[in-house]
Design a protein around this ligand. Structure first.
Ligand code: KIV
Ligand code: ZN
Length: 517
């Protein structure tokens, strides 16, 4: 068993670094649902946002801080006094607040981005960390672009941060440039030169530009880092951040290599977390992705299948059950009752209120009438549909389409806009185009369709189609998704879902005061 000092803290930044990458944005209810799942997953720290960046970020940090009781809730801040104050305000209701102050330290960033000298950056660090400490005991400091910074200057920066009261010193590989040996050496170099380093937590934060973020983070753990910053499914800027599930399972599976350290992650919640995130943002996980990809535990080659049947250890270094993937994919059917349905939703990481639960159950029964076997993926789509309907401006009603080679595709669609029922018909190049035209006219919206994607959720002739629609308006992109056994209806749902998201963002933007940053 590991002791407290040997715990590798898992700092999840899915809601901050992950969410800021294109196509991964979430609204407040979605962020809260994910934060609750991260709490079940047992992460030590949740970075809930960057409060000065927007009113929306401020609100989400506030909401997560107010609700979650177990993990530390963290808000990001630059060194400017108003940034630090804003982060502190957003965290006021947190049981365990953390302010995360950062500034760049590489000469490249100093010259081209900050236009500051090294001395000036040291002063900023000292002032901002002291200010953060005046609001809260738990302050983390990050030296952005640390891996391209001068080593001795970096040590000076961290020493300044530690003297000003930072307890966690984070060494980000902001541009995904370092390699495992080099990064481990850097961590050792810094640790050996900071007075009182045994009372500080050295943290790592890697990006995956060269596909090395997990390897770099693990090398740093072997060099004494005791906090890993990461995201679920590795989402994040450009090529992404360190993948939480890969780091955690490497430490768990290779106890011989990572002797004496452990994380507090409830690994059976890994798969539910991954699924919840990918269905929320509509970004699928690549099939061959380690740990959570569809094929991660699929044995295709006959020789492998034979081996696994005789003894799983022949080709399986961990079990699907250990990350919360149920061994059987067949889930529920027509005769399953409320209890089984509730249990399965819980295993998938959902906690619905009673009204949503009853709505989802009715939909499940309707789907089970059309489809013999209901898989986890069907349930996820069903819950996503139910939840996305809450407090929405636009609600899809009936959809009818005539299409084929005899006549021009024509659609008739009914929609409720702010409770008012509207109906219209339109022609299009194809049935989906006709439906989308109806919806755009009924909702009086002018967004641009950037991407349209359709997948079968599961196998079989009666599989549901899952459609993702990417819309852009005023420089913002959103992804909507919808599922149905009829892909035209799924398309209409996805389009309306995306319009609701755009509307949500529009409202936020209108409410935001200009901040001059
Ligand atoms: O990549 C990075 O440097 C960051 C910091 C703000 C920690 O995200
Ligand atoms: Zn980052």
């Amino acid at each position: 068993m590991s002791t407290e000092t040997d715990r590798v803290l898992i700092f999840d930044t899915t809601l901050r670094d992950g969410e800021q990458s294109p196509g991964c944005s979430m609204n407040l209810p979605e962020k809260l649902a994910l934060a609750r799942q991260l709490e079940r997953l047992g992460v030590d720290v949740i970075e809930a946002g960057f409060p000065i960046a927007s009113e929306g970020d401020y609100e989400s940090v506030r909401a997560v801080a107010r609700e979650l009781r177990e993990p530390i809730v963290c808000g990001l801040s630059r060194t400017a006094p108003e940034d630090v104050e804003r982060a502190a305000r957003a965290l006021e209701a947190a049981r365990r607040p953390r302010i995360h102050v950062f500034i760049a330290t590489s000469d490249i960033h100093l010259a081209h981005k900050l236009r500051m000298g090294r001395e000036q950056v040291l002063e900023e660090v000292d002032r901002a960390v002291r200010q953060a400490r005046s609001y809260c005991d738990d302050v983390e400091f990050s030296a952005e672009d640390a891996t391209r910074s001068d080593r001795d200057y970096l040590v000076e920066v961290f020493r300044t941060a530690a003297e000003a009261g930072a307890r966690t010193l984070n060494v980000p590989d902001t541009v995904g440039y370092t390699t495992p040996g080099e990064y481990a050496a850097l961590i050792r170099y810094i640790r050996e030169r900071i007075p009182g380093s045994e009372n500080l937590v050295f943290s790592v934060h890697c990006h995956d530009d060269l596909g090395l973020s997990v390897a770099n983070s693990l090398a740093a753990v072997l060099a004494g880092a005791r906090q890993v910053e990461c995201t679920v499914n590795g989402i994040g800027e450009r090529a992404g951040n360190t993948s939480l599930e890969e780091v955690v399972m490497a430490i768990k599976t290779r106890r011989d290599v990572f002797a004496g350290v452990d994380t507090g992650i409830v690994t059976t919640e890994i798969y539910p977390s991954s699924r919840l995130l990918s269905t929320t943002i509509g970004v699928p996980v690549q099939p061959n992705k380690a740990i959570v990809g569809d094929n991660a535990f699929a044995h295709e080659a006959g020789i492998h299948q034979d081996g696994v049947l005789k003894a799983p250890i022949t080709y399986e270094i961990m079990t699907p059950e250990s990350i919360g993937r149920s061994s059987s994919t067949l889930v529920l059917g027509k005769h399953s009752g409320r209890h089984a349905f509730r249990e399965r939703l819980r295993e998938l990481g959902y906690s619905l209120d009673e009204a949503d639960f009853q709505k989802a159950f009715r939909r499940f029964k309707a789907l089970a009438d059309k489809k013999k076997t209901i898989y986890n993926e069907d349930l996820e789509a069903l819950v996503a549909d139910t939840v996305s309907e809450r407090d929405q401006r636009y609600r899809l009603g009936e959809v009818a389409v005539v299409s084929g080679t005899f006549q021009t595709p024509t659609a008739t669609v009914e929609i409720e806009v702010d409770g008012e029922r509207r109906k219209r018909s339109a022609m299009g190049d194809g049935p989906v185009d006709a439906v989308f035209r109806c919806i755009a006219e009924l909702t009086e919206t002018k967004s641009e369709l950037v991407r349209y994607q359709v997948n079968a959720i599961t196998e079989g002739m009666d599989a549901q189609g899952e459609v993702s629609v990417t819309l852009a308006e005023d420089g913002r992109r959103v992804i909507g998704h919808g599922a149905h056994t009829d892909i035209i209806v799924a398309s209409a749902k996805a389009y309306v879902h995306a319009l609701n998201k755009l509307h949500w963002h529009k409202q936020r933007r209108d409410a935001e005061a200009p901040r001059g940053i």
